[in-house]
Design a protein around this ligand. Sequence first.
Ligand code: NI
Length: 194
Amino acid sequence: MCDLSFLKNYKLEGELLEIYEFPDPILKKVAKEVTVFDDDLIKTIKNMLYTMYNAPGLGLAAPQIGISKRFFVMDIDYDREKITNANGEEETRLSAFNPRVFINPKLSNHTGEIFYEEGCLSVPGIYEKVKRAQSISVVYQDLQGKIQTLEATDLLAICIQHETDHLDGIVFLERLSLMKRKFIKKQFLKERNK
Ligand code: NI
């Protein structure tokens, strides 16, 4: 049996993974179901959490680190505190971790509407208001492959929809109006190529 205690008493450790950025083709692919729940998957999840916290971000989906499989990590609860240390350098201290892992998520019962200014580690520097369902039901598997269900609202629902979109090859820019999308894509690519 795999040791999953790292999720309960999470400690910031792991390896920094490369985050693939828009318009990398891997972000447009529909990811495949996870069928093997083993130590390799756990190792990847650990490194994804570390990479997400280091960024810092609220969520990170497997396609964003170059793996076209249906899973993502998320934490919408942790604290980020900017502190200045003795030699005057600023650093961000993270605490109160609440890491979540969703494998093969299926969303249903989309109800209500909510607008939230979203960002994405694959589209750095861009923040735009996106319309999402205010509440959803999620059926997913945990790291042991056990089926779990969750009713999510507000920020949790928003993040789950954003990350599940990544598994379907959709970056949040695709959720904007056509005009806005064109303008922002152009602006982002211009900045990126500087
Ligand atoms: Ni994203």
